[in-house]
Write a protein that binds this ligand. Structure first.
Ligand code: H2P
Length: 818
């Protein structure tokens, strides 16, 4: 295996010595007395040593070649743990495992000491992390730019079945892989007013009376697989510009210093835990401008180190805006080009719109960012002036194309109804707008962004999401990874389409057996995790049916649990009904302020309490809610899944990426024709998935016609009526029968997410799963085909498409002179 090839470079004895020395210098202890956390730190510093030379060499090479670079601007990077992944990508994993064994430590246990870097909510942030992995592996020059939140995504506890949120103090022991780069600090200004100064006949706009913070970057290495490339994730911390001056008796100065301290502290304090939801908080806008201004300023400074003519910027730099959160980049770049570089509007606009590109991740109205003008202009006065001018010119263009058509202006203007519409700013200011799966892009073009598409169709394109196989197979599922490598060689690690070579084995009984045995071993691993963390016994021989993702009504965890209630009813009341034992596994964080989502968590746990403790059903159903779902336990969960629940209301899930991780690990999709499920089915064949429910077209048709009447289903469907009644008769809440009334009301009054409408078809698909699983060979074949057909869903494929079609990047080779 590739891992072996590189062992020659690895100096095992030297590494062991370094770990021992690190423990001593860092903690003043001999290694025998070190805590596991201390060993983790010592090992990580030793690994960092191996990274640094490659990191320096990579950047030397980039400078020498004066390469074009993509800056992936994102409020979120859901990186997970670094140590294991870094070792995998350095191809030192096995060697370090051996070295640690010899020192008396288990690498897995050491890895478990690392807190997840959870600087993201869900799919959007994890996608950014997968993209960084692929960029480095493919050798494309890239920076990830984000925020060094002091507290990442909250830790979830479950108390009495309810979610409780605890702060995620991920930096408390320090982060061994980061490097503080004080020399690259820049100033970011907020508030005040804009003064115009005329110099040599030209007006200059100067922000005065502002508050400011010092943005200080911390760099994290992003290691390419086996290629010596190390890119950078740059996350910004905020410090006060002005330190306290204790001998100053000037009250005004002192207060200003306190204010600046506070501003710096609050800006990077915490990640907003909202998924697919815009909350409109002032601090959030501050966070956005903070990291964007810092990243763009720094990118321009770097560009100018190697290039004289600012007009060449688009040849050397692309800013990819991950959703609308970084959209102020458009105006910030304009500000720098005009106010600092002295360009005129037309020149600056030409450069900006050839440098910025935008990715849309959702069509849901509640996720669209629209800042009140009052807030936006008060916080960012100069930026607002620029946005006003962008809007004025954009509206003129619309009017020119569609004279007299006021609707077009209303639908497309950047400023409208007292609001700054960030998506419109993003589209007006960029050369590329992409969706994240074929269906999603089609909906953008034909519906959500139809007017923009009609105006400039060439701007729109699709980039179906992907995931990195290095983390989600090579690291997460070593048994399967080794099996695959035995069968087809190891090229799949950097070229996932090779997996299709596995197709020749899907009918081979011995291979089927091996494959399913690996799944079984992984189920035992997960069962052990569940026992340790949830104290629930689950049977690894049962079907592991898994839904893990953020809790959101459109993702329909409620449909899943209602169906569990229905199965339980059947077991209790229909003597002739039988089913194959099934373990329903959930994992999901709900946004702290999302009441209904939190109630759904309580319902899942309440159903678990009843069902798991009812001996009369002989363990046919188990329900498990895995606490604190995050990247590190996701790796264990995907590897162990038999069934992948991807059951969003069609048209709502832009792509999904969990669906791809399950598929890669051999779990067929039970899902709607939504997001990338459509493409999964295209790759694996509809007979190797369990598809149900309304299509996106049908859902959108109902919506155009004002919805459907859920009472029709209530009245005509006894099974549905029964589970609905159980929501309000105390079956799952004997102490407070009204507890779940809100869920009952949401389903019977509007059912915005078509849960009742899709219920029967979901139940039918679930029955097909039950039957299919009992055909051992058939199931093994289906599971293997899912793995074999997952090649398209590598983020390497996605990044190749971005690099060629949007960013126009060139690959760089890095060698280490020893
Ligand atoms: C979002 C979309 C997903 C998509 C992901 C990455 C916002 O993620 O909803 O459909 O796959 O971006 O493009 P999430 O819901 O997991 O936060």
């Amino acid at each position: 295996m590739n891992q072996m090839k590189m062992l020659a470079d690895f100096d095992k004895e030297g590494f062991k010595k370094e770990v021992i020395t690190n423990v001593k210098t860092l903690f003043r202890k001999p290694i025998e007395e070190a805590t596991p956390q201390q060993v983790f730190q010592a090992v990580s510093y030793a690994v960092k040593d191996d990274i640094i030379d490659r990191w320096i060499a990579t950047h030397k090479e980039y400078e020498k070649k004066n390469v074009k670079t993509v800056y992936y601007l994102s409020m979120e990077f859901l990186m997970g743990r670094a140590l294991g992944n870094n070792l995998i990508n350095l191809t030192y994993y096995d060697a370090v495992k051996e070295a640690l064994d010899e020192l008396g430590f288990d690498l897995n246990f050491i890895e478990d000491q690392e807190p997840d870097a959870a600087l993201g909510n869900g799919g959007l942030g994890r996608l950014a992390a997968c993209f960084l992995d692929s960029l480095a592996t493919l050798g494309y020059p890239a920076y990830g730019c984000g925020i060094r939140y002091k507290y990442g995504m909250f830790k979830q506890g479950i108390k009495d079945g309810y979610q409780v949120e605890m702060p995620d103090d991920w930096l408390k022991d320090g982060n061994p892989f980061e490097v503080k780069r004080s020399e690259y600090a820049v100033e970011v200004k907020f508030g005040g007013y804009v003064r115009v100064e005329n110099k040599n006949g030209r007006n200059y706009f100067i922000q005065d009376g502002y508050q400011s913070v010092r943005a200080v970057p911390y760099d994290l290495p992003v290691i390419g697989y086996g290629n010596n490339v190390v890119n950078t994730l740059r996350i910004w911390d905020a410090e006060a510009i002005q330190e306290f001056c204790l001998d100053s008796f000037d009250k005004g100065e002192y207060e200003k210093a306190v204010e600046q301290q506070n501003l710096a502290k609050t800006i990077v304090e915490v990640l907003y835990p909202n998924d697919n939801h815009y909350a409109g908080k002032e601090l959030r806008l501050r966070q956005q401008y903070f990291f964007i201004s810092a990243s763009v300023q720094r990118a321009i400074l770097k560009f100018k180190e190697l290039n004289k003519d600012i007009h060449k910027l688009p040849e050397k730099v692309t800013f990819q805006m991950n959703d609308t959160h970084p959209t102020v980049a458009v105006a910030e770049l304009m500000r720098i080009l005009m106010d600092e570089e002295g360009l005129e509007w037309d020149d600056a606009w030409d450069i900006t719109t050839r440098t910025c590109a935008y990715t849309n991740h959702t069509i849901m109205a509640e996720a669209l960012e629209k800042w009140p003008i009052e807030l936006f202009s008060r916080l960012l006065p100069r930026i607002y002036q620029i946005v006003e001018e962008i809007n004025r010119r954009f509206v003129l263009k619309i009017q020119e194309m569609y004279p007299g058509n006021q609707d077009k202006v209303k639908n497309m203007a950047v400023l409208y109804d007292g609001q700054v519409k960030m998506a419109h700013l993003a589209i007006a200011g960029s050369y590329s707008v992409n969706g994240v799966a074929a269906l999603h892009t089609k909906i953008l073009e034909e519906r959500e962004l139809k007017d923009f598409y009609e105006m400039r169709p060439e701007q729109f394109n699709n980039k179906t999401n992907g995931i990195t196989q290095r983390r989600f197979l090579l690291h997460a599922n070593p048994l399967l990874a080794n099996w695959i490598t035995d069968k087809i060689g190891d090229e799949w690690i950097t070229n996932l389409s090779h997996l299709k070579k596995l197709k020749v084995y899907v009918n081979d009984e011995k291979c089927q057996h091996e494959f399913m045995n690996i799944k079984y071993q992984n189920k035992i691993r997960l069962a052990k995790y569940i026992k340790e963390h949830n104290n629930v016994d689950v049977d690894p021989r049962s079907i592991f049916d898994v839904q893990v993702k953020r809790l959101h009504e459109y993702k329909r965890q409620l449909l899943n649990i209602l169906h569990v209630m229905h199965l339980y009813n059947r077991l209790k009341t229909e003597p002739e009904f039988d089913m194959y034992p099934r373990t329903f596994i959930f994992g999901a964080k709900a946004s702290a302020g999302y009441k209904r989502a939190k109630l759904i968590i309580k319902l899942i746990n309440s159903v678990a309490d009843v069902v798991n403790n009812d001996a009369s059903i002989e363990g046919k159903i188990k329900v498990v809610f895995i606490e604190n779902y995050r990247v590190s336990n996701a790796e264990i969960i995907f590897a162990a899944a038999d069934v992948s629940e991807q059951i969003s209301t069609a048209s709502r899930e832009a792509s999904g990426t969990g669906n791809m991780k399950f598929m890669l690990n051999g779990a067929p999709t039970l899902g709607t024709m939504d997001g990338a499920n459509v493409e999964i089915v295209e790759e694996v064949g509809i007979e190797n998935a369990f598809i149900f429910g309304l299509s996106a077209e049908e859902v959108m048709k109902y919506e155009r016609e004002g919805g459907y009447n859920p009472m029709d289903i209530y009245n005509n469907n006894q099974a549905v009526r029964r589970v609905l009644t159980q929501l309000i008769d105390g079956t799952y809440a004997p102490d407070d029968p009204d507890r779940f009334r809100d869920l009952y009301d949401s389903l019977t009054k509007e059912d915005v997410y078509f849960i009742l409408k899709d219920f029967d078809s979901y139940a039918e698909a679930q029955q097909k799963v039950d039957k299919a699983y009992q055909d051992e060979k058939g199931w093994a074949k289906m599971a293997m085909l899912n793995t074999a057909c997952a090649g398209k869903f590598s983020s390497d494929r996605t990044i190749e498409e971005y690099a060629k079609e949007i960013w126009k990047l060139k690959k760089v080779k890095v060698s280490l002179d020893k």
